[in-house]
Design a protein around this ligand. Structure first.
Ligand code: ZN
Length: 439
């Protein structure tokens, strides 16, 4: 416990001695400031004192909401008629903050007002850093949760406060209804439910429940597990407007996906409403299901670049088939669709390779950016732009920072030059030419 905290409690105890010491109960939990920097604001006026301690998290949405809460209570406090008395009126805010799984930030604020009447309120916020939004009761718990939480809260409070638990208010405020349990925080080891004064008990109180005890009714944990399950439904791909009479080229990215560079390229494609084809390795597909799903959802094409990137011409027919089909399956497992195009590593092909493509198109390229050689964004851009023409298939690799940088320049630039950026299959579909297609 730090000095300021001790001082604060001392001040509260002193004031509390004149009024109601029960209001201090909630402050008996030890201080936790796991996230954000503490900001202290003090105001001493003739008629009132304010002592505000709250977190600054550097997450704008969260900081703004914390301010909203404080300002709303502060204006209530200042709106009351100040009757001259020996004790100045008091407005006090303190907080605890927690972080769980490096993702969920919980802030619990204790708001205490002592003026014409005394009031203590608890406010809780849970912010999901991954989804960049606040989580409410329904985001965290299943429909069946209220019954489980109600039973646990009742059981724990009955042990702690056997006398008070017979009241009608207790029954009402611990009944299985979501609004009874919508003030809670996610700590590392447990969920803590808070109850305002004059609800369950006369004073504020809380109940800690282990995640284990709630594991069947928490949806955030399940969601974590289910995010990457294969799609059962066909994804809805965007409807595109492609003008067959206007020039078009296909950007292709091999050897990925990679988290950083593929994401950056996808961001840029999306921003410019452009499409590309990603020839992914089967061995990487299942490691990045989210990226593959995103490719499809945003109108890009996924091609087969074999499972282990071996030169197919050196393999037996059986091994070639295995390389291709294992990749088809791993892409299907996460996107619910089979690639229609195959690009053999190094563009190497022979009759055996052609026999193994089973009706899928074998695709090479017409412009080699040689991005793997230069590793320089401007060199890559220049090489592509030098002789790009209608119907070209451009070879790139979403494997290098320089290629991602180059793609971010090339995508709007090619559009500016009048090219529509389409997938390889679209290029064929719109009959531009058979560039890079072997069969
Ligand atoms: Zn490759």
């Amino acid at each position: 416990m730090n000095k300021k905290r001790i001082l604060l409690i001392a001040v509260l105890c002193f004031l509390g001695a004149c009024a109601n010491t029960k209001s201090l109960k909630v402050n008996h939990q030890s201080v936790h400031h796991e996230f954000g920097e503490s900001v202290h604001e003090k105001e001493y006026e003739d008629t009132y004192v304010m002592n505000l301690i709250y977190p600054k998290t550097d997450i704008p949405t969260l900081d703004e909401e914390i301010q909203n809460i404080i300002q709303s209570y502060k204006s209530d406090f200042l709106a009351q008629p100040f009757v001259k008395s020996d004790d100045r009126y008091e407005f006090n805010v303190d907080y605890q903050s927690y972080i769980k799984d490096d993702r969920y930030i919980s802030v619990k604020m204790d708001i205490f007002m002592n003026g014409t009447s005394q009031k203590e309120v608890i406010e809780t916020l849970i912010y999901d850093q991954k989804k960049e939004r606040f989580l409410a009761y329904d985001d965290v718990f299943d429909q069946d949760a209220t019954a489980v939480i109600s039973a646990m809260v009742q059981e724990k409070l009955k042990t702690q406060y056997p006398k008070e638990c017979g009241s009608k208010a207790f029954a009402i405020h611990t009944a299985p209804a979501a609004h009874n349990f919508d003030q809670f925080i996610l700590r590392k080891g447990e969920i803590v439910f808070y109850f305002d004064e004059h609800t369950v008990l006369d004073h504020t109180t809380y109940v800690e429940v282990d995640y284990d005890a709630l594991k069947d009714v928490i949806s955030i944990e399940k969601e974590e597990e289910s995010v990457f399950v294969p799609y059962q439904d066909v994804l809805n791909e965007p409807v595109k407007q492609i003008d067959k009479d206007k020039p078009m080229v296909a950007l292709t990215f091999d050897d990925g996906p990679t988290l950083k560079y593929t994401s950056a390229i996808l961001d840029c494609l999306k921003e410019n409403q452009a499409s590309a084809t990603f020839f992914v390795l089967g061995s990487r597909a299942e490691d990045y299901p989210q990226l593959l799903q995103r490719m499809v959802l945003e109108g890009n094409e996924i091609g087969n670049h074999t499972f282990t990137h071996k030169q197919l011409t050196t393999l037996s027919k059986e091994n070639i088939e295995e390389e291709i089909s294992a990749t088809q399956e791993s892409i299907h497992a996460v996107t619910n669709r089979y690639p229609k195009v195959i690009r053999p590593p190094y563009g190497s092909k022979n009759d055996t390779v052609l026999q193994c493509t089973q009706g899928k198109k074998l695709v090479t390229w017409t412009i080699d950016s040689e991005d793997w050689r230069s590793r320089n964004a401007q060199t890559i851009v220049n090489k592509v732009l030098k002789d790009v023409k209608d119907g070209d298939i451009i070879l790139l690799h979403d494997f290098y920072a320089s290629t991602a940088e180059a793609a971010i320049i090339l995508i709007p630039k090619l559009q500016e030059m009048g090219f529509q950026l389409v997938t390889v299959s679209e290029l064929y579909e719109y009959g531009k030419n058979d560039a890079g297609k072997i069969m």
